[in-house]
Design a protein around this ligand. Structure first.
Ligand code: F6P
Length: 342
């Protein structure tokens, strides 16, 4: 039995613990394992690396992915799907572990129907927006990084009597913003799920300053939208999965808030700092549990499934289900965050 493993989409802390766990569990089962480089690109280009026990030694605490990643979509370019199907055979694979978010797993789900049924998925993303799992690994690390940054912004905002806007990642869902905002004690939190009401934001800040506070912290998710549905993007060009490059909402908001409140406002864009670095214990453990379970699904010939966390149990769900809908911030959590606005 020969298993391939690939990591696709944006990297996140916890990918290496998954790779390590997959290799260790596969070797225990007597399987051979091959690393496919740079996500689906490696299957299009037949680009692999050997994965033995030495190759994965020492990678547990390392961020990123030793396999590399890309946002390649084999359904985008004519002929790439055929290359993936052919290379799967050329590599002599009996099964594949695809580790990724909505886009990577969406491709895996389609491939299962397009002649490569022996695939299992492992959910990753710092955005935590996959609906079939309570948590994706990577989120906890990003959340803690964002929280620490908000703590740091507090001390400088307070000293200078400023408003500071912390722009965090979160394309369709505001999980990092809402949880880092709650954990870091933000005064306003803006998420993609709730259109930005600028008048309301300024009212909250003014009221806060009227009661004697001389600084405020606003956390905004990069994908937050204004009431007219507009978003701030860095460029309009779409990637292979049809996404624009987000970023810049903090700057736009800072200008508007400063103009409307008269308070000096600064911005800090956390960006890829949230995706880098060593995974937290939670992400290492979750990645490890996911990796072991993925190989156990292969041993049990339970293909076309994705491993998931439900409560404190690792379960499996059909890949199709996993990518059907995005998990957005629920009303209950938002209402809890709102108690602390202002
Ligand atoms: O999908 C995770 C994510 O972190 C999004 O929140 C963000 O929009 C995107 O990746 C940015 O990725 P990159 O800069 O690598 O294209």
């Amino acid at each position: 039995m020969r298993i391939g493993i690939l990591t696709g989409g944006g990297d996140c802390p916890g990918l290496n613990p998954v790779i390590r766990a997959v290799v260790r569990r596969a070797l225990l089962a007597g399987y051979e394992i091959v690393g496919i480089k740079n996500g689906w690109k490696g299957l299009v280009e037949n680009d692999t690396m050997p994965l033995n026990i030495n190759a994965i030694s020492g990678i547990l605490p390392k961020g990123g992915t030793i396999l590399g990643t890309s946002r390649t979509n084999p359904y985008k370019k004519e002929g790439d799907l055929k290359k993936v199907q052919d290379n799967f055979k050329k590599m002599g694979l009996d099964a594949l572990v695809a580790v990724g978010g909505e886009d990577t797993l969406g491709v895996a789900s389609k491939l299962v129907k397009d002649g490569l049924p022996n695939i299992v998925g492992v959910p990753k993303t710092i955005d935590n927006d996959l609906s079939a799992t309570d948590y994706t690994f990577g989120f906890d690390t990003a959340l803690n990084v964002a929280m620490e940054c908000i703590d740091r912004l507090h001390t400088t905002a307070e000293s200078h009597h400023r408003i500071i806007i912390a722009e965090v990642m979160g394309r369709h869902a505001g999980w990092i913003a809402i949880e880092a905002g709650i954990a870091g004690g933000a005064d306003v939190i803006l998420i993609p799920e709730k259109p930005i009401d600028l008048e309301e934001v300024c009212k909250i800040i003014k009221q806060r300053h009227e009661r004697g506070k001389t600084f405020s912290i606003v956390v905004v998710a990069e994908g937050a939208q204004f009431k007219d549905g507009s978003m701030v993007t860095q460029e309009q060009k779409l990637d292979a999965f049809g996404h624009v490059r987000l970023g810049g909402i903090g700057e736009t908001l800072a200008e508007l808030i400063e103009e409307k409140t008269g308070f000096e406002t600064r911005v800090s864009v956390l960006g890829h700092i949230q995706r880098g670095g060593s995974p937290t214990a939670f992400d290492r453990v979750l990645g490890t549990r996911f990796g072991v379970k993925a190989v156990e699904l292969i041993i049990g010939k339970k293909f076309g499934q994705m491993v998931a966390l439900s409560g404190n149990k690792i379960i499996d769900v059909p890949l199709g289900e996993a990518v059907k809908a995005l998990k957005t911030v629920d009303e209950d959590l938002y209402n809890i965050a709102k108690v602390f606005f202002g």
